[in-house]
Design a protein around this ligand. Structure first.
Ligand code: HEC
Ligand code: HEC
Length: 149
């Protein structure tokens, strides 16, 4: 029995992952405010320190003013940090291999992101606009589902 189990385990762990799933954003305010200009990024896609840095300077948010009332920011920050990949997640997935002393402001800057996707061609970029437009290719991205297709 133990041998059968071990064999099964080997089979399952050697199969390529068919889908990567993380929890979707459950907080309504975060959904609304952080989904106003782009898809709502699931909190597990970045470590807590990244969400801390992003919410600390929303007035200078990638060239846009995304500032909000401080009480609203505090709520969003608390939600995102509590559900970050290195807090609520298992520290694996997209943030795997990210050095502790790095605080990326972008998911698309994570080493794993580049490892999975490579660099998008100019032709692809023309279609998607920005690399962070995950939902263009992963239709259920806001639900936290990233299929391998
Ligand atoms: C006023 C519009 C606007 C709002 C509101 C906004 N963003 Fe953004 N966000 C942007 C722009 C513009 C970019 C950069 C797009 C690009 O050039 O790649 C961006 C990029 C990002 C990225 C990096 C995506 C990547 O490339 O990996 C994250 C993470 C992010 N935003 C989080 C948030 C969070 C969290 C909130 C809510 C507090 C928020 N955004 C609200 C406009 C906005
Ligand atoms: C231009 C299309 C495109 C965009 C934009 C894109 N992806 Fe992907 N993504 C893919 C493709 C294609 C694969 C499968 C790559 C492979 O297996 O070689 C993939 C694979 C993945 C995987 C691995 C899935 C698995 O089953 O292991 C994750 C996680 C992922 N993408 C997350 C993201 C996130 C997060 C974003 C946005 C910040 C994003 N992707 C943007 C096309 C895209």
């Amino acid at each position: 029995m133990r041998i059968v189990f071990a064999a099964l385990l080997t089979v399952f762990t050697s199969l390529p992952a068919l889908a990567y799933r993380v929890a979707p954003v459950a907080d309504k305010v975060t959904q609304t405010e952080c989904g106003a200009c782009h898809m709502v990024y699931p909190a597990a896609l970045l470590p807590a320190r990244s969400w801390d840095a992003i919410t600390a300077d929303l007035a200078n948010h990638f060239g846009e003013d995304a500032s909000l009332e401080q009480t609203v920011v505090d709520g969003i920050k608390a939600y995102l940090m509590a559900n970050a990949g290195d807090v609520a997640g298992d520290g694996r997935g997209l943030i795997r291999g990210l050095p502790q002393d790095q605080t990326p402001l972008r998911i698309t800057e994570l080493p794993m992101f580049t490892r999975i996707h490579g660099n998008f061609s100019p032709r692809t970029m023309k279609k998607i606009g920005v690399a962070g437009n995950c939902s263009f290719c992963h239709q259920a991205a806001t639900k936290g589902m990233f299929e391998d297709d």
